[in-house]
Design a binder for this molecule. Structure first.
Ligand code: 9Z3
Length: 319
């Protein structure tokens, strides 16, 4: 019998990236969530969202951060739920969150009022500050009651990598009904645990020179080994539009997953290209769309849920 293939990335993950203590517990939670929802006829999407943090010291004072507000992931989670999916939301601590994202710029104390003449316990919402609060709250509570959203947090790159691996393994049991929507902004560079100083780096030692290792390409074992039947979407972010599509195609060729959503930092709210091995679809918001507060995530999710349907049908047909 053939030996099971152990990817060299598994070894690297175990040796050079600190394993979060709760990873097994989270894996079981994700697995139970996926099985329950699939038994109820739903599909499950794992969304990653927000940027990873790479510490420079193990008792961390300084770190490198990847830019991402988390809005793409949080908005997409809402549209996936509206499309009948259950969502595992693997997100950076304190990045934007589904439903509350619309209030992220509001100071909570400006949104509340003491009822005049009453004790401090009588606090009401100022609906001028939060005009659509009742509508959002209703939807949030429906989603909560139906347990359609499982939030999992990460801070560091190590936590992200181990939790994503756990998620992929947990979702492998539901085969092609699982979708991976990898919108998090993930560092390409890191300092291995063995080379990381414990204490704060001292400026009295002079200018700081950093040497960073390349982060292993996690998409490779995810697609080949951990969740080989799943429908996998990665995001490609560039600041130079002229290299975007070439980079997106190269990612598809290398990892052989199903979709790359390509975007440029400055135009990401209004324009993306959905690239597959055979197709290339531009999704663009018009001025009219923007006026009507249409969000590009609604279009992305609609495109991908249709593609996921086809993917499942082909897999079933091919068995
Ligand atoms: C993205 O490209 C996302 O669309 C954004 C969303 C992070 C730009 P916001 O969170 O922005 O709404 O503010 N995510 C993937 C970024 C990334 O790191 N991709 C890697 C790459 O391009 C591949 S995993 O090489």
């Amino acid at each position: 019998m053939a030996e099971p293939r152990i990817s060299s990335i598994d070894g690297k993950l175990a040796e050079e990236f600190a394993v979060p203590s709760h990873v097994e517990e989270v894996k079981e939670k994700m697995s139970a969530f996926a099985m329950d929802h699939v038994a109820a006829g739903r599909r499950v999407v794992l969304i990653t969202s927000g940027g990873t943090k790479v510490p420079l010291e193990s008792r961390t004072v300084r770190f490198l951060d990847n830019f991402s507000s988390g809005r793409r992931g949080a908005a997409s989670a809402e549209y996936f739920i509206d499309s009948g999916y259950a969502v595992i939301f693997l997100h950076r601590h304190r990045s934007l969150y589904p439903y509350t994202r619309t209030f992220s710029t509001i100071n909570m104390l400006d949104a509340l009022q003491l009822r005049s003449g009453e004790a401090a316990s009588e606090v009401v919402v100022n609906q001028q500050v939060l005009p659509n609060i009742a509508q959002v709250l209703t939807r949030y509570q429906e989603v909560k009651d139906s347990r359609l959203l499982l939030p999992i947090e990460f801070n560091t790159l190590s936590e992200y990598l181990h939790l994503l691996k756990a998620a992929a393994q947990a979702l492998s049991t539901i085969g092609s009904k699982a979708m991976f929507y990898l919108a998090a902004a993930v560092s390409d560079f890191y300092i291995p645990a063995s080379e990381m100083p414990e204490h704060k780096i001292q400026s009295s030692n002079g200018p700081l020179q950093l040497s960073l290792n390349m982060v292993p390409k996690i998409l490779s074992p995810l697609v080949k080994d951990w969740a080989p039947q799943a429908f996998v979407i990665s995001f490609k972010l560039e600041t130079d539009a002229t290299i975007l599509l070439e980079k997106a195609r190269r990612a598809l060729d290398t990892y052989r997953h199903q979709v790359v959503v390509a975007n440029v930092l400055d135009s990401r709210r209004g324009y993306v290209v959905v690239v597959t091995a055979e197709t290339q679809a531009e999704l663009l918001l018009t001025e009219e769309d923007v006026k009507n507060e249409v969000e590009i995530e609604e279009r992305i999710v609609s495109n991908l849920t249709t593609a996921h349907n086809k993917f499942i049908t082909q897999q079933v047909g091919g068995q």
